[in-house]
Design a protein around this ligand. Structure first.
Ligand code: IMP
Length: 196
């Protein structure tokens, strides 16, 4: 199946391409459709945003489109930053500022209650208007300072459950086997196998 990847985040494109490498999918990206309009992520849930992005790109390209909406939910912060993960420190922010804000918000939170999870919704929308969504989670905890330089976003402070390394200290394959995006894409894989 030919699918357009509805994201301009280069790191996500890399990760998704890597994880779907063995699947029956030929991936196009928005670089193949430079005029495709931006979609505002104003949904209250990861599902809302992922489905909105996938549908908009499928409408525009007339091809099946796959979108990812993901983020970090920190239990001691009542699920923040959640759907606002990319904009946690404001509108014109970046990964470093978001990470600084998170560590600052967590400075008084003791060990033992620093639990968090990454969540990822993958949406696949078809030109006939149909859409499917697949959720994946990765449970873990937030460290006291950044460690490692791989990956992106909050990877340097996220320790997956049972691991002594952050996502940013892991090789790609190790992160993929534990990540929320890997889990959601595994469900997509099962779905695509069932459609054949
Ligand atoms: P969005 O899905 O484009 O709205 O952005 C999700 C945001 O959540 C990213 O900008 C990161 O800050 C964070 N995020 C999502 N997935 C990951 C991940 O695998 N590692 C680290 N941060 C992530």
């Amino acid at each position: 199946m030919n699918i357009v990847l509805a994201t301009r985040n280069k790191k996500k494109v890399e990760e998704i391409k890597r994880i779907v490498a063995g699947m029956p999918i030929s991936l196009y990206t928005l670089d193949d459709f430079p005029e495709c309009p931006e979609v505002e992520e104003d949904g209250k849930t990861f599902e809302d945003n992922a489905a909105k992005k996938a549908k908009a790109v499928s409408d525009y390209t007339k091809m099946p489109a796959l979108a990812d909406d993901s983020g970090l939910e920190v239990y001691a912060l009542n699920g923040e930053p959640g759907v606002l993960s990319a904009r946690y420190a404001g509108e014109n922010t970046d990964d470093r500022k978001n990470l600084e804000k998170l560590l600052n918000e967590m400075r008084l939170v003791p060990d033992g209650i620093r639990g968090a999870r990454f969540a990822c919704c993958i949406a696949l929308a078809f030109p006939d208007g149909m859409a499917e969504t697949f959720m994946g989670y990765s449970e873990g905890s937030i460290g006291k300072g950044p460690k490692g330089s791989n990956g992106f976003g909050y990877d340097p402070v996220f320790y997956p459950a049972g691991c002594k390394k952050t996502f940013a200290e892991m090789a790609d394959a190790e992160k993929d086997s534990l990540s929320h995006r890997g889990a959601a894409l595994k469900k997509l894989h099962e779905y695509l196998k069932g459609r054949k």
